[in-house]
Design a protein around this ligand. Structure first.
Ligand code: SF4
Ligand code: SF4
Length: 202
């Protein structure tokens, strides 16, 4: 029915308004900033870069593939790829971002960067108190300001972070098995070429 959604919304608002006089559960507003409501798990504000381990720089998952930079609708991501490589989460040598900036004043929190990242390297934070009087550079965050640990990711989005960890562990197990199989094949090949030809040496 046309307008059904609007009517449902108005009914819910009316239920909360009247109910708030009788039940604390229906009181959906608080006296911010003295009172705060913990963000729900699906809350998303601005992106951050996930790192593993204790060293933010060495542990960044980002491999500077620049897909997010290309797909960001308002073009507020700026990446410069490194010239050298470092091991990624699976131990494979990869480029990394020598520069990774996001202009938070332009970001529209669409989460497209997160959706397109093939490396689980960028996720949405729940931090929203970011206002500053520096309108020219205060909201242009560099990679150090954007870097947050996997523990932080688990704290704000536990279900999603656990699923990502399981996915990465599966990918690592597959990569390790492939490396092991390649090493075993190389050893077998070396042994075969070192062995004397059948029937020779008599
Ligand atoms: S959330 Fe959207 S607008 Fe913000 S950096 Fe990601 S892709 Fe760009
Ligand atoms: S955050 Fe993801 S998509 Fe963006 S450059 Fe890094 S690895 Fe690529």
């Amino acid at each position: 029915m046309l307008g059904e959604g609007i009517l449902k919304g108005l009914a819910e608002t009316a239920r909360n308004f009247v109910g708030s006089y009788f039940s604390a559960e229906r009181l959906t507003t608080v006296q911010y900033p003295e009172q705060r409501i913990a963000p729900i798990e699906a809350t998303r504000d601005f992106p951050f870069l996930v790192y593993d381990g204790a060293d933010w720089e060495a542990g960044l998952r980002c491999v500077a593939c620049q897909i997010c930079e290309k797909e960001c609708p308002p073009k507020c991501i700026y990446i410069e790829k490194s010239t050298g490589k470092k091991p990624d989460a699976l131990g494979k040598p990869q480029f990394y971002p020598a520069r990774f900036d996001i202009d938070i004043s332009v970001c529209m929190s669409c989460q497209i960067c997160v959706e397109v990242c093939p490396f689980e390297a960028i996720k949405m934070d729940t931090e929203f108190e970011l206002s500053t009087t520096d309108r020219f550079g205060g909201l242009l965050y560099d990679r150090k300001e954007l870097a947050k640990s996997n523990e932080h990711y688990h704290k704000i989005h536990p279900t999603e972070a656990a699923a990502v960890d399981a996915h990465l562990a599966g990918e690592k197990a597959k990569a390790d098995a492939k490396t092991k199989a390649a090493a075993a094949a190389a050893t077998a090949k070396a042994a075969a070429s070192a062995a004397p030809p059948a029937g020779g040496g008599a």
